[in-house]
Design a protein around this ligand. Structure first.
Ligand code: APR
Ligand code: ZN
Ligand code: ZN
Length: 361
């Protein structure tokens, strides 16, 4: 048995995405079919379309989603039909070396559905990040579903499935920001702004937002930045040092993914400070630093993948904090759109006035 629904496909490298009928199989062992309610548009979806991730076209795009479990297959204990869930693209296995050593956020044996969704002619689809949620329904591994309070808006919940979790987690989990810390965030798009929110949540005393676009700095202030630096007109490293009594920040979060901004982060940290790289570089990028400058400082150089999150711990907690009004995840939703508008949302990404476009179903 299977069912047919509408979904957004990237048919080939750099070809426009389009809505197609897709075939969703009934859930097999360990699998669930989820009725998607909302799915954010993330840069990674655009990278899939551009062939920047791999060549397994056609892709079923979308991976930042929340919805309701419609059906589960045999041996599913995690969720039941009717549960409101956030989907995650790193369902930990519980058995690999990282999981056994108590660091499941490094699990690389992640779980996805075994069966394939297809086009009506039988062509197998590659779901983006093992999810594929620009679709009315999608098939995932049950472990990819994390149950959260159904009272929250689906648009907000879905955001935790990727970018917002990456940013908050970069500050709270990877950077381990503590009460009274000074934090600098370089690059204030959706991910950087989420890092600002995370730093504030963790009790940072000063949060310095750095960007080349004044509009982004205004938004970062609304998210909780206490100071801003426009690095197209000021030297970011000097400005951060000045704002931290000459020491540099305790934690610097790089949310652009470029060598020059990483270099700024490296030199803008306190002698014992931490640099967290959460921006995603491209394979051609290289970093050159005097080794003596690496030697001459303590602290830590870290990278954060998916905010080092543990969905079962972090998703319900952040939804709870949002529901209490202690963080405002709604501020990340710039617009809600339909399935047919994903191509337009990609175009708007470059205009700089969108944190997140969210597809509502
Ligand atoms: N210095 C400071 N800020 C910069 C610079 C720079 N040299 N270049 C770009 N920026 C700013 C942009 O103005 C923008 O505000 O970085 C921000 C990037 O934001 P978005 O494009 O909205 O990207 P976002 O979704 O936040 O993701 C940031 O993390 O997930 C990855 O692939 C993603 O690498 C990207 C990064
Ligand atoms: Zn594992
Ligand atoms: Zn994403």
């Amino acid at each position: 048995m299977s069912q047919q629904v509408q979904g957004v496909i990237a048919p080939g490298k750099n070809e426009p995405v389009r809505v197609e009928t897709i075939v969703v199989p009934d859930p097999g062992p360990g699998e669930a079919v989820v009725q998607v309610q909302a799915c954010g548009v993330c840069h990674t979806d655009l990278h899939y379309k551009q062939g920047g991730i791999n060549d397994d076209f056609p892709f079923l795009l979308g991976h930042e989603a929340a919805g309701v479990v419609e059906a589960v297959g045999p041996d599913v204990t995690e969720v039941s039909p009717g549960d409101f869930v956030i989907l995650n693209w790193r369902a930990v296995c519980g058995r690999c070396r990282a999981c056994r050593r108590g660091r499941p956020w490094y699990c690389f044996d992640t779980h996805n559905a075994r069966q394939k969704m297809t086009l009506t002619d039988g062509t197998e689809l590659s779901p983006a990040l093992g999810i594929g949620a620009f679709a009315e329904k999608t098939l995932v591994a049950a472990g990819q579903c994390t149950k959260v309070d159904p009272a929250v808006s689906a648009s907000v919940a879905g955001l935790l499935g990727c970018g917002v979790m990456a940013g908050i987690g970069a500050a709270v989990n990877t950077g381990n920001v503590g009460r009274g810390d000074t934090v600098a965030v370089i690059g204030c798009g959706g991910v950087g702004d989420a890092a600002v929110v995370g730093a504030r949540l963790a009790g940072a005393a000063r949060i310095i937002a750095v960007d080349i676009d004044d509009r982004k700095l205004e938004t970062a202030k609304k998210m909780g930045a206490t100071h801003t630096v426009n690095s197209s007109s000021a030297d970011a490293v000097e400005a951060i040092r000045e704002l931290t009594g000459g020491f540099g920040a305790d934690v610097v979060i790089e949310a652009v993914g470029r060598p020059e901004t990483y270099q700024q982060a490296f030199y803008a940290r306190d002698l014992a400070g931490t640099v967290v790289l959460v921006g995603v570089p491209t394979p051609d990028m290289k970093l050159e630093l005097p080794l003596l400058d690496v030697f001459g400082r303590g602290g830590a150089l870290k990278s954060s993948w998916y905010g080092d999150c543990l969905p079962s711990r972090d998703f319900p907690m952040l939804i709870d904090l949002h529901q209490q009004g202690r963080i405002d995840l709604g501020a990340f939703v710039t617009e809600t759109i339909g399935l047919g508008d994903v191509e337009k949302a990609f175009a708007r990404m470059h205009e700089g006035d969108v944190l997140r476009s969210v597809v509502r179903l």
